[in-house]
Design a protein. Sequence first.
Length: 80
Amino acid sequence: MQIYERCGKPLDHPDFEPFWKAMNKTETPIWMHPSRTAAFSDYASEPKSKYEICGRSLVYETAAAMSRLVFSKILDKYRS
């Protein structure tokens, strides 16, 4: 099963609840490779990221995605 961020929805959005429930039920491991597209600039004052650096910071994107899952308690809700 693959899941993609759509319409700017974060991984803790209620629309993804069936995904988390299914992964927990089947005890399926989840591999994440979060990345940001050029649709979002680095700074709000820029319409486009200068030097087009977006999507090249896997460490930041991973930390942001995992933080959302921790703070939203998704990981607590579905831990074995």
